[in-house]
Design a protein around this ligand. Structure first.
Ligand SMILES: *Cc1c(COP(=O)(O)O)cnc(C)c1O
Length: 466
């Protein structure tokens, strides 16, 4: 794997520029005091990079769709559930795919309009469904029981929500089982190849003229493009079958999900949206001829490469002949990497105490986090310039599913997240996206106001039962 210091041969212009912006931002964060002895960890988001990815996504689909095709790119909010990020994407023409009441609230707080919001979760309560249909948000029913609930709501009050069913094309899994949603036994959607399932889906549409969408999400990180495209082809074929049997274009929009994988091993953005769009057009040409509107739900690929966790090296030590840098970034910000390092390796970049890229011979070392268990390691046996006390270690490509997904082990505080952009005069400007969590907030969230709940607020003594 790459040493994570960027600038390798053959890097495309935008990738090299992004790496240069990141270096500048780390330096500026130290100079401006966002990082230092009393602020030992921070998340940074590259606003220009996020805008570039949004533009690349739009352009990739514009290049393959017939003129006038309606295309909604709905960002999978779970990838980076931060309101200012959703607002930024909304400004870039990207809507929101939400999967819980919390995510819906974030999208609404960001001002994402209902007509550019899609609700997809596998466990929606009746109240959530009523709210979504009252707002006119698109909903994909996960299963027959959920469709029953939607039936009841639609009967009681007509809804402007575009409604569909999520199917599992069962085309198989990728290299990460936990993120493969189109396996035979996946918990998501209606398993299309199960006995009788396809006929049930077709009948469900024929019986309900208001079902106009069809949804599938074949999986996330670790799914090859060809498998993703196969999932879309199966979904398209089902829509064609429904429409043929209905004798009209009942299904008018296909929601093809997200899941473009991210390259975590080097700076290069691969695969690109343009490549995926080309694979889709080759595999499912009919999808792009203008008969269907499209919804996409990309998450990780829009944000991952634009986020960086930077953590101060509190102590540098040696154990059993191994150099170990004890930093402030560990399981609380890189949960998947710490618990499943084989599936989720992260590049680490070394910076000196002034935030400058660290020079010097590569030394094999461990980059450890602050949590109290031995496995709290961001990287094991990694070759990097030797990290010393007061240096900074940066975990790269962490803009999605990392620092935005705090794990409260050891009551470690959620770090601040800052967006950055060029200030127009050669420097870097920062804006707070999320304040660091304070210890007072940690106490409050840990039942601080209910301190006597167990000692005074319950009857003492007496046996249970009679
Ligand atoms: C997680 C998820 C996505 C986004 O996946 P990424 O790998 O982040 O692109 C899209 N749609 C659904 C239904 C999801 O569950």
């Amino acid at each position: 794997m790459s040493d994570g210091t960027g600038m390798s041969g053959g890097l495309g212009g935008t990738d090299a520029e992004r790496a240069a912006r990141r270096d500048q931002a780390v330096r500026a964060a130290v100079e401006q005091g966002l990082l230092g002895p009393d602020a030992p960890i921070v998340g940074l988001l590259d606003v220009a990079g996020i805008r570039e990815s949004a533009a690349a996504l739009r352009a990739a689909f514009e290049a393959v769709t017939a003129p006038g095709t309606s295309v909604l790119h709905a960002f999978a909010v779970k990838a980076t559930p931060l309101v200012p990020v959703l607002r930024l994407l909304d400004e870039e023409g990207i809507g929101a795919e939400v999967a819980s009441p919390g995510e819906l609230a974030l999208a609404r707080a960001a001002g994402v309009p209902p007509e550019r919001t899609v609700l997809d979760s596998p466990a929606k309560t009746p109240q959530e469904l009523r709210e979504a249909l009252a707002l006119g948000i698109a909903v994909n029913a996960d299963n027959p029981q959920e469709l029953d609930r939607i039936d009841a709501i639609v009967r009681s009050a007509p809804s402007g929500s575009p409604l569909g069913i999520r199917v599992n094309p069962q085309v198989g899994g990728g290299s990460i089982e936990a993120l493969s949603t189109a396996t035979a036994t996946s918990k998501f959607g209606v398993a299309l190849r199960d006995e009788g399932a396809r006929e049930w889906v077709v009948r469900a549409y024929l019986d309900r003229p208001w079902l106009t969408r069809l949804h599938a999400h074949t999986g996330s990180q670790g799914i090859p493009l060809t498998l993703m495209a196969e999932g879309v082809r199966e979904t398209y074929a089902l829509a064609e079958e429904i429409n043929e049997r209905a004798g009209r274009r009942q299904v008018d929009t296909l929601d093809i999900g997200g899941g473009l994988p991210v390259n975590f091993t080097s700076e290069a953005t691969t695969p690109t949206y343009a490549e995926y769009a080309r694979v889709l057009r080759e595999t499912v040409p009919g999808l792009f001829d203008g008969r269907y509107g499209l919804v996409t739900e990309f998450g990780r690929s829009l944000l991952a490469k634009h986020g960086t966790v930077v953590a101060r090296v509190e102590y540098a030590k040696s154990a059993g002949g191994r150099a170990v840098a004890v930093t402030h970034a560990g399981v609380q910000v890189a949960t998947r990497t710490v618990y499943a390092p084989g599936a989720w390796p992260l590049r680490i970049a070394a910076y000196d105490g002034k935030g400058r890229p660290k020079e010097g011979p590569a030394v094999v070392q461990d980059v450890a986090g602050p949590a109290c268990f031995a496995g709290d390691l961001l990287a094991v046996g990694r070759s990097l310039p030797l990290l010393e006390q007061g240096d900074y270690a940066a975990a790269l490509d962490t803009g999605a599913y990392y620092f935005a997904h705090h794990y409260a082990y050891n009551s470690l505080a959620r770090p601040a997240v800052h967006g950055f952009a060029a200030d127009g005069s050669g420097g870097v400007a920062f804006a707070v996206v999320r304040e660091a969590q304070s210890v007072e907030e940690i106490v409050a969230e840990a039942g601080g106001a209910q301190a006597s709940a167990l000692t005074e607020n319950l009857p003492r003594g007496g046996r249970t039962g009679s």
